[in-house]
Design a protein around this ligand. Structure first.
Ligand SMILES: Cc1cc2nc3c(=O)[nH]c(=O)nc-3n(C[C@H](O)[C@H](O)[C@H](O)COP(=O)(O)OP(=O)(O)OC[C@H]3O[C@@H](n4cnc5c(N)ncnc54)[C@H](O)[C@@H]3O)c2cc1C
Length: 523
């Protein structure tokens, strides 16, 4: 590789940050030759976390990770120094934390009587078991663009298993059967511990502070150019030897048009689409604005590139139906321990050990998580922060006569206290910031082969996609791991790096013989 070769990442999500780290660590590219161009004002994309005790904290998501999967992610974070523990890696710091704060949910499901639902049994009938096994053993090609409901009968969606699996991974009944099947295989170890979430690992703080900031600092120390408020609006290309080669990037930087010309041999990595595109925040007194893809533009570049080029995928398969891909999350900042105290007594879990508490009969299918405190690097003592979400934001609440998507932060707290039968005084100091995400499960929409391009599409020479919308055999999409793996695949292929990429761990294969025998017996 020439030392003057440059690399450009379009988008500054974890996929691009990881890609830049792989270029430096494994490809030997100087950091000073790499630029990350991000439309927003901070890096990290969906892995955000911001605010302070007075204005209130907010994060669009709270992440569950595992160490039995996430092979590429942890291999990367073994190379990234911890900011809190000098001499140790982010991986080691995270592992230590999880040894001290072990997940063991005691109140995974709560019903309409405010009772903790016994979850030792998954609630399956024999019919449910047969259908689930059939779906798990079907070929992806045979499943095609079918939905989960095409394979599982209505009774399945009332089982304890469904409530726990769906809220852990954010599945809806109308989502892709192919993706659901992949989750059954990839997370097979979670079957036996889904009721306690014992396999789940957490970061020390929220994922912006614990993953994005250390990675960003490491990249900055290597000289990587981090450019924010820079939207890449189009690419110029030429075709040489039948191959698509990007030769210029058209950007809008702080409102000004700018063009970056590329030299032969330079590389371009594009984040095509974003699950948090067009997301919006509300406040205690206002509901989040209803934005759609035209307001933001994370999809626009992919739509332009894919137009007339089938090998670049089909964004319309994912971003065409907000009603099937949206939900609402919320972050609550409190300055009085009353809520945490009551919640810890009710659930039997100290904050940080319980994971999701799902109100299974709630119209919004609402869940909350009390993380270990503090959850933000700048969170003062005496302040508590928790996160929650609802999978059905278009339905009227049980305690507030409004659709969740139309609710203010104050109304979300009222609904939550209704399910918990807590006095509203418990959250009197609460500052609840709702967040609407119209495309949050767009990656789960039913898809056909070719709807997602491979990280490096055929007949391209210097160009790759890194995102939640590429095809990676066997891997599951709504994960940090998927974006990191896409980045590693793209970088290794474009640079011709011969080192192995950590494979998807075949947890399902060890259970395979047993599983195949069961399927046969049940036919
Ligand atoms: C609510 C929620 C819960 C989640 N829970 C989990 C979980 O439990 N476990 C787990 O592993 N993962 C979870 N995730 C998923 C995980 O956070 C994402 O998969 C991951 O962060 C996606 O990273 P990315 O880099 O691929 O894309 P993104 O984070 O979407 O980043 C893409 C970036 O590219 C920018 N961009 C796009 N187009 C352009 C352009 N043309 N010019 C400039 N910039 C552009 C966007 O502004 C954005 O910042 C969750 C996510 C959310 C939101």
């Amino acid at each position: 590789m020439t030392s003057t070769r440059k690399a450009y990442f379009v988008g500054g999500g974890i996929g691009s940050l990881a890609g830049a780290a792989f270029l430096i660590r494994d490809g030997g590219m100087p950091g000073t030759q790499i630029s990350i161009l991000e439309a927003g004002s901070v890096l990290g994309g969906s892995l955000d976390g911001a605010g302070d005790a007075d204005r209130g904290y907010s994060m669009r998501g709270g992440r569950m990770l595992t160490t039995d999967n996430y092979e590429c992610t942890w291999a990367l974070f073994k190379s990234i120094p911890s900011l809190a523990q000098p001499g140790r890696s982010v991986f080691e710091e995270t592992l230590d934390f999880n040894e001290k704060h072990v997940s063991h949910a005691m109140a995974r499901l709560v019903d309409s009587r405010r009772a903790r639902v016994p979850v030792a049994s998954m609630g399956f009938s024999m019919h449910d078991r047969v259908e689930l096994l059939k779906l798990a053993s079907a070929d992806e090609a045979a499943l095609g663009t079918s939905c989960i409901t095409d394979h599982l009968s209505p009774g399945f969606f009332t089982t304890e298993f469904w409530f726990m699996w769906a809220t852990t991974f954010a599945f809806q009944p109308w989502h892709s059967a192919v993706e659901f099947r992949r989750y059954l295989h990839r997370f097979m170890l979670e079957f036996s511990r889904i009721e306690t979430l014992a396999g789940v690992k957490r970061t020390v703080l929220n994922q912006y502070d614990s993953l994005v900031v250390p990675l960003q600092r490491w990249l900055q120390a290597q000289g990587v150019h981090l450019v924010t408020e820079c939207t890449v609006t189009d690419l110029d290309h030429r075709t040489e030897d039948g191959k698509f080669e990007v030769i210029a990037l058209h950007c809008t930087v702080k409102g000004q048009a700018e063009t970056r010309q590329l030299e032969h041999g330079d590389l371009v990595f594009v984040q095509n689409g974003s699950m948090t595109d067009a997301s919006s925040l509300g406040s205690m007194g206002s509901a989040p604005a209803k934005l759609e893809k035209a307001h933001n533009g994370s999809w626009t570049l992919w739509e332009k590139l894919a137009d007339g080029r089938p090998s670049f995928g089909r964004p319309a398969a994912f971003n065409s139906c907000v009603a099937q891909s949206n939900w609402v999350s919320f972050t609550v900042t409190l300055k009085d321990p009353a809520f945490f105290d009551q919640m810890q007594r009710f659930s039997g879990n100290d904050a940080g050990t319980g994971g999701l508490v799902t109100f299974k009969d709630s119209n919004w299918l609402m869940s909350i998580v009390l993380a270990h405190q503090p959850h933000f690097a700048n969170q003062p003592a005496g302040v508590q922060v928790f996160w929650g979400y609802g999978l059905f934001p278009d339905r009227i609440g049980n305690f507030v006569a409004k659709a969740m998507a139309d609710c203010t932060g104050a109304e979300l707290l009222q609904e939550l206290c209704g399910h918990l039968r807590f006095d509203l005084d418990t959250v009197a100091t609460g500052n609840c910031i709702p967040c609407r995400m119209p495309y949050i499960t767009s990656m789960f929409m039913p898809r056909a082969p070719g709807d997602r391009p491979p990280p490096v599409p055929e007949h391209t020479s210097n160009f790759a996609f890194i995102s939640q919308f590429v095809e990676i055999p066997l891997d599951t999409v709504f994960t940090v791991e998927f974006s990191v793996r896409a980045a590693q695949m793209a970088v290794y292929q474009l640079l011709g790096i011969a080192k192995p990429i950590p494979p998807v761990t075949p947890h399902d294969k060890s259970l395979r013989t047993q599983f195949d025998a069961l399927v046969k017996a049940l036919k």
